[in-house]
Design a protein around this ligand. Structure first.
Ligand code: KG4
Ligand code: ZN
Length: 336
């Protein structure tokens, strides 16, 4: 069995993990950056500087916690797209220098693909074919997997992402950042029918998503209510917004899974942490004998264990990167 040392620095979390090639996590350390909270969003330049400050120490700590020395590592994995370019470059430069100095292979990983492979860590029985619903801060995609290395995007958002819509709604309600977890907890016990919000692209044969109209409808609704009303009905409003965001995610995932005769749906990305999405997807998919998988909460957030997990099939297939590889902002779920 081989050991993979992995780095994740695509946004505002610095993470270092070590996994063996059986998807067992020896260590998965995440250092988040509360410094951004004062700004109501992630400041890219600040994020790269904090990655630089944290990555060396976190790596030493990870090796120590796992009782592993660098010479025992068999490959170095790192995310190279999509993400904040400055942040990605910090992780990649660090990974490259380790790979070079240790003479070990470098494996580059797409961040969204790593969110999908996070599921392998929690569900060792899982294997393709399956349909993955990728719902992160900036992406909303349906990806049909034929094997670990062969997949195609079969639906995607035409404009904004589901995660972005959670964040925007919370911001308009003055609730803070990131919005998803705040709306998730406020929505518990709320009446999801309180606000009538649009359901975009409802046609049965349309597997794309659109959130810009919904974002505008949420904005218009909030602007037309008094602060007191918003305060008093916070839970019902949060539940209505959440329901409008997750409704198309659930219906289109299940419809596409049925159309492609998939019997498994995976949820991946930060929005996979959403309580209502997890429960309702499972309940509704069960009617069609479709099994639903999602990662544990810690593995839904950005972390390096999932980077290592996505690197394992590449390690086994010998798909290594050259040391002159660059980070980039190419969007979407990709093999490279
Ligand atoms: O996967 P991720 O870190 O984003 C990118 O890789 O771009 O996910 C972050 C997104 C944010 O939009 C955040 O609001 C959302 O995931 N999120 C949630 C929840 N936890 C995080 N959305 C809904 N419910 C949650 N519990
Ligand atoms: Zn992410």
């Amino acid at each position: 069995m081989s050991l993979i040392l992995a780095f994740e620095s695509s946004c505002d979390d610095t993470s270092v993990a070590i996994l063996n090639t059986d998807y067992e996590v020896l260590v998965n350390l995440i250092s988040s950056q509360p410094e951004h909270l004062d700004f109501g969003g992630v400041l890219p330049e600040l994020a790269s500087r904090l990655h630089m400050k944290n990555i060396m120490h976190l790596t030493e700590l990870a090796l120590k916690k796992a009782s592993i020395t660098l010479s025992e590592i068999d490959a170095i994995a790192v995310s190279i797209n999509p993400g904040l370019i400055g942040s990605l470059i910090v992780g990649l430069a660090f990974a490259k220098s380790l790979a070079w100095s240790l003479s070990k292979p470098l494996i580059t990983v797409n961040h969204l693909l790593s969110h999908v492979f996070a599921n392998y860590i929690d569900h060792p029985d899982l294997s393709p074919p399956f349909l993955a619903l990728v719902v992160s801060g900036g992406h909303t995609e349906l990806v049909s997997f034929h094997s670990d290395t062969e997949f195609e995007i079969v639906g995607k958002t035409l404009d904004d992402a589901a995660g972005e819509t959670f964040d925007k709604a919370a911001k308009l309600l003055g609730l803070g950042f990131p919005g998803g977890p705040i709306i998730d907890s406020l929505a518990r016990g709320g009446d999801a029918d309180h606000v009538n919000l649009p359901n975009p692209l409802p046609q049965k044969d349309n597997y794309n998503f659109s959130y810009s109209g919904l974002k505008t409808a949420i904005r218009t609704y909030i602007m037309n209510q008094s602060q007191q009303y918003l305060q008093e009905h916070q839970s019902d409003i949060a539940a209505s917004i959440q329901a409008a965001i997750i409704r198309p995610l659930i219906s289109k995932s299940i419809r596409k899974a049925r159309a492609l005769q998939h019997t498994k749906i995976l949820i991946a990305g930060g929005v996979a942490a959403n309580t209502a999405l997890r429960i309702q997807m499972q309940e509704q998919a069960a009617r069609y004998n479709i099994k639903v998988y999602f990662p544990s909460l810690k593995l839904c957030m950005d972390n390096a264990a999932m980077v290592a997990a996505a690197a394992i099939p590449k390690f086994k297939a010998g798909l290594f990167a050259d040391l002159d590889v660059n980070a980039n902002s190419i969007k979407g779920t990709r093999l490279l």
